[in-house]
Design a protein around this ligand. Structure first.
Ligand SMILES: [Fe+2]
Length: 384
């Protein structure tokens, strides 16, 4: 699959190629942003060389930042790149590469607004740079969202601005095939979780539900055999498109409790993002239905919420809420994603620290309010 989407228009696919698209921006100076190893290990480098021709050799390149970029990575990149008069960024990589490109898109020529981050920080309000995002993993859907992540002293900050949305996304399944099954599994679970969470989220609307449905359909049809068929390009095409739609869905609705609980699992235990989200997601089929009559329903009245959960279960075709949780666990198992973290003591202290660091903004987007007791129970399920 090779598809190009204009992100600024609703689900708008365009008939062009990367070279023509680049010409359309008439950019004198292009920055190609990539990951450090993933770029040459995947087919991505060959793809860009073939497509961009002499524009590739004349471009500026940058990959000097870490997987979960820190404020220091951003200020260093700004210092090194701001004299280069960049007009177009082509970001080719996983979620962190595309997220970092979005930050440069808004801060490269407005560095002052990031100097006092996070104390006097405001979300960016302009951008002078265009951007094309080319994901090399099928997972985050970051190429279709207006959010990014920045770490300061190990604390994770979400940055949101309409100006960070990449202008175009290029989905090329052949450059996503080479990653390991471990990486692909975590990515596909991230995409699937985002679509499911978007469907039940407080922020959902008709448009986000339409994108979430497309994502769920595309991913669900391959998920049972993904561990066997992950090198099949037709399968990867559907997963990549599904991940893109999951990005479009959360770009409107945002994510919910499984994402809120996942960030501390990743920072405490180094578990990859999608894997960490998947560790608790299954339980939310039960929580979001069974706690609905006891805890506050955040989004709509109880009966509309229950109908929404029923529609989701029908879309997935996995039976009642208990069966959905069982099915989710079997998907995680098939993909080799462990659901348990084993500690050598100190479990209570660790769980309290995890509960203290839950992302409250994402938590408030869950359709059912969770108490601290509910959260501790969820962590106890996965930590022993
Ligand atoms: Fe995610």
């Amino acid at each position: 699959m090779y598809k190009i989407f204009n992100n600024t228009k609703d689900d708008h696919e365009v008939e062009t190629d990367l070279l023509d698209l680049t010409a359309k921006f008439d950019a004198k100076k292009i920055l190609i942003l990539t990951g450090q190893n993933s770029f040459s290990e995947s087919e991505a480098e060959n793809f860009l060389i073939t497509e961009l021709k002499d524009k590739y050799t004349k471009a500026n390149f940058y990959s000097d930042f870490e997987n979960n970029p820190k404020i220091e990575d951003l200020t260093q990149a700004i210092q090194k790149l701001r004299s280069k008069d960049i007009e177009l960024i082509i970001a080719c990589g996983g979620g962190s590469v595309i997220d970092f490109a979005k930050l440069l898109k808004v801060y490269l020529y407005d560095a002052g607004s990031i100097l006092d981050f996070p104390s006097k920080y405001k979300n960016p309000s302009k951008s002078q740079i265009s951007m094309i995002a080319i994901p090399t993993t099928a997972g985050t859907g970051s190429e279709a969202t207006h959010f990014s992540v920045l770490y300061d002293n190990k604390k994770k900050y979400s940055i949101a601005s309409d100006h960070m949305l990449p202008d175009y996304s290029i989905l090329n399944s052949s450059i996503c095939l080479n990653a390991s099954l471990k990486i692909k599994s975590s990515c596909v679970i991230d995409a699937f979780s985002q679509a499911i969470e978007s469907f039940w989220s407080v922020g959902a609307n008709l448009e986000s539900i339409k994108f979430a449905e497309k994502a769920i359909h595309l991913i669900n049809k391959h998920i049972d055999n993904f561990h066997i068929n992950h090198k099949d390009e037709n399968v990867m095409s559907d997963i990549l498109l599904g991940a893109h739609y999951s990005g479009k869905a959360i770009n409107i609705s945002k994510t919910t409790a499984p994402h809120a609980l996942s960030y501390s699992i990743t920072s405490f235990f180094g578990i990859p993002h999608g894997h960490a989200v998947g560790m608790t997601l299954g339980e939310f089929f039960i929580i979001n239905e069974q706690l609905a009559s006891m805890n506050a329903v955040n989004c709509r009245d109880l009966s509309s919420h229950m109908l929404q959960m029923k529609s989701l279960r029908e879309l997935l075709g996995w039976g009642d809420c208990i069966s959905c949780n069982d099915k989710w666990k079997s998907i995680m198992k098939n993909l080799g994603l462990n659901m348990q973290i084993k500690l050598n003591g100190g479990q209570e202290g660790v769980i309290n620290r995890l509960a203290d660091s839950v992302n409250t903004e994402r938590l408030s987007n869950n359709p059912i309010s969770l108490t601290r007791e509910n959260i501790i129970k969820l962590y106890l399920n996965i930590i022993s």
